[in-house]
Design a protein around this ligand. Sequence first.
Ligand SMILES: Nc1ncnc2c1ncn2[C@@H]1O[C@H](COP(=O)(O)OP(=O)(O)O)[C@@H](O)[C@H]1O
Ligand SMILES: O=c1ccn([C@@H]2O[C@H](COP(=O)(O)O)[C@@H](O)[C@H]2O)c(=O)[nH]1
Length: 412
Amino acid sequence: MGAKSVEDMIEASSGVHFSGFHMNGLELRSTQVGQPTTLAAEEMHKQPFVIGVAGGAASGKTTVCDMIIQQLHDQRVVLVNQDSFYHDLTEEELTRVHEYNFDHPDAFDTEQLLCAMEKLRHGQAVDIPKYDFKSYKNNVFPARRVNPSDVIILEGILIFHDPRVRELMNMKLFVDTDADVRLARRIRRDTVEKGRDIGTVLDQYSKFVKPAFDDFILPTKKYADIIIPRGGDNHVAIDLIVQHICTKLGQHDMCKIYPNLYVIQSTFQIRGMHTLIRDSQTTKHDFVFYADRLIRLVVEHGLGHLPFTEKQVTTPTDSYNMDDVHVGTLVTEHILLVMGLFTLVWIFVSGYVVSPLLGVARVWRMLCEHVVKASRLGRFLFTGKVTMVSSLSMKSYLKISRIDMCCYWIPF
Ligand SMILES: Nc1ncnc2c1ncn2[C@@H]1O[C@H](COP(=O)(O)OP(=O)(O)O)[C@@H](O)[C@H]1O
Ligand SMILES: O=c1ccn([C@@H]2O[C@H](COP(=O)(O)O)[C@@H](O)[C@H]2O)c(=O)[nH]1
C-alpha cells in the first residue's frame, strides 16, 4: 500500500472515537461526536428479551415454553406461536388439503409475524390470530390480544428459518426429541385432538413432515444457543435456561433503567475471582489482590470511554498511527465518568465489607497510574520528533458538548 493511501486512510478515520461495549457483546462502534449514542443505547435496551424455541412438530416445544413461563412467574412473559401465522388456504387449496405442505417455510406469513413483532418491540399491543387446525382458517376464533411484555417467546417448527426473525432473538433454543417419539406423539395428538384418521396422519408424515424436518427444520439447529434433548423431560436443562434468563433479565432491567450502564462480559476468570473474594477462607492478601484485579477491570473499561483521535506520529526512524488520548478529559468534563467509576467501585468494594475508604483509595491510585501513563506518552510525543499537533485533538475535544456518565458493572 502506498504512502498516499495510508494518509488517506488516516484522514478518513480521523475524528474523535469512543470505544466500549454493551451487554451480549453488542458494540457501539466508532461512534462519532455529536451522534446520539445514548439514544441508540436507550432504543436497544427498551426492547423486550426475545427467546426463540424451534424443533420438530410434537418435539415438546410448547411444553418447554410452558415450563419456562411457569418458572418465570414474576416476569411479564408472552408466547407467540408461529402456527398463528399460517397463510389462509384458498378455496382450491382447501379442496385438496391433503396435498398442502404445512411444513414448508412458505406456508407461514412471515411478514405478518415480523409486523407483529415490530409492534410489540415498540411497546404496542397486537392482535394475534388463532389458527384452527380443523377448518384450516385463522379467522374462526377471535384474535388474541397480546400486550407488550418484558419477555417474548417465539415458538414454532420454522421459527429459525428466516434470518430477519432470528435477528430479533436474544436467545435461541432447539428442542431435540427422537423422530419416533415425535411421530408417536403426533399420531396421538392428530387423531385424538384434531380428529384426523391415522392413515391421513401417516401419509402427511411421510410425504411432507419428515422431508421438511430434514430439509428445513434440522438445518436450523445450528443457530440454537442451547439444544434441549428430550424436551420437557429435561428438567436440568430447563432450570439452567431459566436461571440464565433471570440473570439476563436482571441486566436487561438495569440497562432499561440506566441506558448508560455497561455490563462487562462475565468470563470464567471473573467468576473465579468473585468466588475467591467471597470465600471466608480467603486471606486478606489474596482478597486485596483479587479485588484489585476486579477494580482494575472496571477502571480500565471506564477509561476506554475517553475520546481519542487517531494521529500520525513521525519518529526519527519511522511513522506510526497512534491513538491520541485526551488526557485533559480526566480533569474536565470526564469528571463525571471518573465519579461514576468511583461510585461503582466503591459499591463493589463496600459490598464485601471492606473499608469504603480502602476501595476509593485503590481506585484513586489506579486512576493516577493511568494519568501518569497517559501524560508520559504525551511527553514522549511532544519531546520526540512528532507531527502530532495537540491543539488539533483539543479542538475536536472541545466539540464535545456533553458526555454521559458511564457506569460499569461486572456481573456476578
Ligand atoms: N415429555 C413429554 N412426555 C410425554 N408427552 C409429552 C411430553 N412433551 C410433550 N408431550 C405431549 O406431546 C404432544 C406434543 O407436545 P407439544 O409440547 O405440544 O409439542 P410441540 O409444541 O413441539 O408440537 C402433546 O400432546 C404433549 O402433551
Ligand atoms: O392445518 C395444519 C397446520 C399445521 N399442521 C402441522 O402442525 C405441525 C406444526 O405444529 P406443532 O405445534 O409445532 O407441532 C406441522 O408439522 C404441520 O404439519 C397440520 O397438520 N395442519
